[in-house]
Design a protein around this ligand. Structure first.
Ligand code: GLU
Length: 314
């Protein structure tokens, strides 16, 4: 069911885990969904499916986790069509993208500490915090307020949504999710000018994911719903860099014991892939696919068919 050899598939999908630990029930849902979507493409003839290891945030990465994840995927017969790409090896590519944005005036240096941002927001009467992140108030947008550069930020378009130029330069981003339907976010209000690189050289997830999705010619992004909120920022970056926008589908999440997205903090345990059909059935169930009692190969083939009826990729 992989892509026809020699034929350049118009579909490229990817699973892009951060190696912060082994795969758990939640990450397998995203992996299975993106694999099924790729294989369901072109009436089941299949597109390409890639794995990208998002190991940029070194302190959060766990030694050996990437190899373990790849082994777990293989145990579940989810095998990528190319060797994995490791983000930790791609700093030069991210730097080149940052330089292009700098040259275009879309990035500026920022000297604000978290404390300074908090106090500016408090003085303005809106200590807005979103997922623990502060909405950047734009302090350094027109010049560095301080002596030490702490980060480089993306200049979110400032044009008011109601103005005539709204379609080209609004901070309001609209997009369509294949499962969630029409989405929109005012990035200026919800996030503000966001960080692309910290002074210590650490590139942000937003920049790396946009650069890599384009570099790998990803046409369809299928990932967990917890990431849906990043999409508007990623669309703004794609536009600023002149890169194409993939189609997006955000999958249902597996919830932990506290009702929040399953993570290591709330009960996620490493997937036991010695019984791949059992773990795949659990993931398929989260995706609304029927339980399969046959072999892994037959189960995957049945789910590809069922997936096409739910979310036919085009
Ligand atoms: N590396 C991200 C994560 O594991 C996923 C990135 C993406 O799929 O865009 O949460």
């Amino acid at each position: 069911m992989s892509a026809v050899p020699g034929v350049q598939a118009a579909y490229v999908g990817r699973f892009a885990p951060s190696p912060t630990g082994p795969l758990h029930a939640g990450s397998l849902v995203a992996a299975l969904a993106s694999w099924l979507d790729a294989r369901a493409w072109n009436h089941g003839h299949g597109g390409r499916w890639l794995v990208r290891i998002e190991d940029l945030d070194r302190p959060r990465c766990v030694a050996g986790a990437a190899a373990l994840m790849l082994q777990q995927l293989q145990d579940c017969s989810l095998v990528a069509d190319e060797p994995p790409l490791f983000q930790s090896q791609r700093n030069a590519v991210y730097e080149a993208a940052l330089q292009r944005l700098l040259a275009a005036g879309r990035v500026y240096p920022c000297a604000c500490s978290r404390k300074q941002i908090e106090s500016v927001l408090a003085r303005a009467g809106h200590a807005r915090s979103r997922h623990g992140e502060l909405v950047y108030p734009g302090t350094c947008r027109h010049g560095l307020h301080g002596t030490t550069v702490r980060a480089w930020r993306f200049l979110v378009p400032q044009v008011a949504p109601a103005s005539s130029a709204a379609t080209t330069a609004s901070s309001v981003v609209e997009w369509h999710d294949r499962r969630l339907g029409p989405q929109h976010q005012d990035v200026g209000a919800a996030v503000g000018d966001f960080v692309l690189r910290r002074a210590d050289g650490q590139f942000s997830y937003q920049l790396a994911v946009v650069v890599d999705d384009a570099a790998q010619a990803v046409s369809h992004v299928v990932r967990g719903e917890d990431l849906a909120d990043n999409t508007a920022r990623q669309l703004l970056l794609q536009r600023a860099l002149g890169l194409p926008t993939p189609q997006y589908l955000h999958t249902p999440l597996v919830l932990g014991t506290n009702g929040e997205k399953l993570s290591k903090q709330n009960g996620a345990t490493a997937l036991d892939t010695r019984d791949p059909l059992a773990v795949l059935n659990a993931a398929a169930n989260t995706l609304g696919l029927p339980v399969q009692a046959s072999s892994v190969a037959d189960a995957l083939a049945a789910w590809v068919g069922a997936w096409r009826h739910l979310y036919n990729p085009r």
